[in-house]
Design a protein around this ligand. Structure first.
Ligand code: MN
Length: 537
């Protein structure tokens, strides 16, 4: 089967800010979106779906600002709208006169969706008539979008469960109306790789798609999003729609990092290229995790904390001798923590002393037995051993106290005729000093945060604060999530508890401690070691 598009370059279409942001609880602030957009553009993502402007004024504003912010880059900015006049108009207005813009319009094409969304008699009495209506709306929307920009993408929503014959009719009509990219999404994550490839073959068999780019958009409800995406590429797709960390509706989308690296590592099989600077994948993953509050599982492919960690002594020895024994790609290629060796109780002497050497600590042969004994004893108590632990292992005198501030006491008073007032006591972990500060604010949380600012006395900016109920009962625990920044560095703090003011205070103190932690990477974003410590209380 000849590909639909003669070029062998894959268009990377990132929808972290649209489909990704639709994940329950993943809403991002405007400044977070701008950070993510800038990083994705710098990484060489070809198309960035920035939002769904008709859905809210904030979405429209985010699209507008991203267009402005990225005007000097090569990245195409895309806005989504249903196949309705008002949606396409809102998308066009938000994109404005941006230099490289795309309107992405869609309509449901599966019988299940048509029956639910396009009811009789308004859209026709029979399914055949309703399909006619759908086709007409698709054509009208593509034409309307085309009046604003040449770059128009059309999606047949729930294509994965759409009758092949009707899918072909809709695609042919959209191409005829001027669509330049045709997306065939498996909206519900229902397809197997063979099913998904068959859709692409059917479309190419029944209509002339030689002048358009066919696109994948896969959901992970059955854990098949990446496999389906790659099957689509093998069957002729030349655009892939992906998100950082695979965030997205329900089980999420195909992850950018996994699709991009599968295509690159297995270029021998797929025969395509793309323009991603993969060395920023680690940074992108941490940024998206911090601004959404969605942790990355340690065993996550490419960007998980353990993705390049070899704890078993026999593996460590093999990797240190020749990395190819257990690695198919290098941590450095994807911007992962280059040390790559995680120390735990299964690590051998070889792993321990090579890690120490990397830290610039040369242990004389005579001391090695003693250091190794202390390491084994510590590994029995601690699941994971960090660089600071190692330094203390070698030089017990360097036993530094706990870093950062801890919240010792909190008192809040809210009267009916005065502003809420807070008194906080923080302990400085380095000196043991107690700092008491009081402040009033517009609300209790504002008062608490002002007091903590006074006690901590470090400049920073509050990027976002959110609180959500963890269960529905009134006495249930709430979770506070705080993101603070300090120039390029960004840190997150999370805390849970039935006392939501206390949780809000704890989360804020943890976020501030994150800014001061010494294991920021070069990009200034927090590392997973700090992330892991948030999930307490
Ligand atoms: Mn989707």
């Amino acid at each position: 089967m000849a590909p639909s598009h003669p070029g062998d370059r894959i268009v990377l279409f990132d929808t972290t800010l649209r489909d990704g942001e639709q994940s329950p609880g993943a809403a991002m602030t405007l400044s977070a979106k701008l950070r993510v957009a800038k990083l994705l553009a710098a990484m060489g993502v070809d198309v960035l779906e920035a939002g769904f402007p008709v859905s809210s004024p904030q979405q429209a504003d985010a699209v507008r600002q991203i267009v402005d912010e990225l005007a000097d880059t090569e990245t195409v900015i895309c806005a989504l709208g249903r196949a309705h006049e008002a949606d396409v108009r809102a998308a066009a207005e938000a994109l404005g006169a941006g230099p490289k813009t795309r309107i992405h319009t869609f309509i449901a094409t599966s019988d299940i969706h048509i029956a639910a969304k396009f009811s009789a008699p308004r859209f026709g009495a029979t399914m055949a008539e309703r399909r006619e209506s759908v086709m007409r709306m698709a054509v009208d929307a593509v034409r309307q979008a085309k009046a604003h920009t040449d770059d128009v993408e059309f999606s047949a929503e729930d294509a994965g469960r759409t009758d092949h014959g009707f899918l072909c009719d809709v695609v042919a009509a959209a191409v005829e109306a001027g669509a330049t990219t045709i997306n065939i999404p498996d909206t519900t994550g229902y397809c197997t790789p063979a099913d998904y490839a068959a859709l692409f073959r059917a479309v190419q068999d029944c209509c002339d798609t030689s002048g358009v780019v066919l696109s994948t958009h896969c959901h992970d409800d059955l854990g098949l999003a990446v496999a389906n995406t790659l099957a689509g590429v093998e069957a002729g797709a030349r655009q892939v729609e992906v998100t950082v960390n695979g965030i997205g509706e329900r089980a999420g989308n195909a992850p950018l990092e996994e699709v991009a690296m599968a295509l690159r590592v297995r270029a021998d099989r797929y025969g395509v290229t793309h323009g991603l600077d993969a060395t920023k994948l680690g940074e992108a993953s941490r940024l998206v995790s911090v601004v959404t509050g969605f942790a990355v599982p340690p065993n996550k492919s490419i960007v998980g904390a353990n993705a390049f960690a070899h704890e078993a002594g026999i593996h460590q020895h093999g990797v240190l001798k020749d990395r190819q024994t257990y690695e198919i790609l290098r941590a450095e290629e994807v911007g992962a923590d280059a040390q790559g060796i995680r120390l735990g109780r299964h690590s051998g002497r070889h792993g321990l002393f090579s890690r120490l050497a990397r830290l610039g600590v040369d242990v004389p042969e005579a001391d090695r037995d003693g250091v190794y004994q202390r390491f084994v004893a510590l590994a029995d108590q601690k699941r994971e051993i960090y660089d600071g632990d190692l330094r203390r292992l070698v030089d017990p005198a360097a036993d530094a106290p706990e870093r950062g501030f801890s919240l010792v006491a909190l008192r809040v008073s809210t009267g009916s005729d005065e502003k809420p007032h807070a008194e906080v006591t923080l302990q400085d972990g380095a000196t043991g000093e107690l700092r008491v500060e009081t402040a009033s604010g517009d609300g209790p949380v504002d008062a608490i945060y002002r007091a903590i600012d006074g006690a901590a006395g470090r400049p920073h900016r509050l990027e976002s604060y959110s609180i959500r109920a963890l269960t529905k009962a009134a006495d249930a625990a709430g979770e506070a999530l705080v993101v603070v920044s300090d120039g390029p560095a960004l840190a997150q703090g999370k805390a849970t508890g039935t006392d939501i003011l206390r949780a809000s205070a704890e989360a804020y103190v943890r976020a501030l401690n994150g800014l001061d932690a010494d294991d920021h990477d070069e990009g200034g974003f927090v590392k997973e070691g700090i992330m892991a410590s948030f999930d307490t209380v």
